[in-house]
Design a binder for this molecule. Sequence first.
Ligand code: NAP
Length: 284
Amino acid sequence: MIVITGATGHLGRLVVEQLLQKVSAQEVAVVVRNVEKASDFARLGVQVRAGDYNRPESLTTAFQGATKVLLISGNELGKRTEQHKNVVAAVKASGAKFLVYTSILGADTAQISLATEHLATERVIQASGIPYVILRNGWYIENYTENLGSALQFGAIAGSAGVGKISAAARADYAAAAVAVLLQEGPTNHIYELAGDSAFTMSELAGEVARQSGKTVVYNDLPSEQYAGLLKSFGLPGPVAEMLADADVAITRGELETSRRDLQQLIGRETTPLAAGVAAALRA
Ligand code: NAP
């Protein structure tokens, strides 16, 4: 039994869909806080179990019978170390033999604020004694392509990443890596640094969007305080705006760029290029 958390999220959905191409639905369970959102998986024969990272009591039976678990990191900033501790304790209690966790690229060296909770979670997993694999995921291409509408409307993409490079890959690539790790007899107690094969700057992103759309799109680099302010003026919650501005500053330090090819090696093919990600978003 392979149990996937966060299965109703963007990455988790792709993991379950790809997993179901390789194993039968009877071998898969999902742990989700909103079971209604997973009704399509239930219809396919996947066991849908209720579990909220915030409520340890909801997790006690959620991992029963699990041999392998994929813990997809939560999205509530500042709460995640406690949440993930709850999940790891429940996985440990279930007797599962393998735990895979989605962390962040360079979690142990990066100064990006997001790394703090991921590194703390990695330490909790390592201390648990459960054989593990950490998938240190780099940026998703979709972080940049999901909002192309406003880029096209305003003819500009804003950020504070300067000329920093981003080794992004598609969510589907990271999902394929998770599936490979769950199904292959690979090394345990191992950390992969996962990222796209090629890196781009924000200006190159804007150039690609302009090229494919035929419209003028430029990159406006802003001081990070100004960028955070702009994001807040668009309605983003303060902590999220601050986190995104902090991430861009991390990009200027090269923290989201790597020459490692772990992702390509795990999935056995090249990662999705930026141009393909932009094309998919413009088609949508
Ligand atoms: P996402 O769509 O926001 O999915 C997050 C998933 O976590 C959702 O299924 C959500 O459940 C679940 N979740 C959140 N809090 C929970 C809780 N208290 N109990 C149980 N489940 C909970 O994010 P994603 O795009 O799939 O990415 C997966 C994770 O990678 C994110 O959560 C975040 O940690 C990280 N991330 C990485 C990048 C990157 O570029 N590498 C970008 C953004 C995020 P619901 O469906 O009920 O909301």
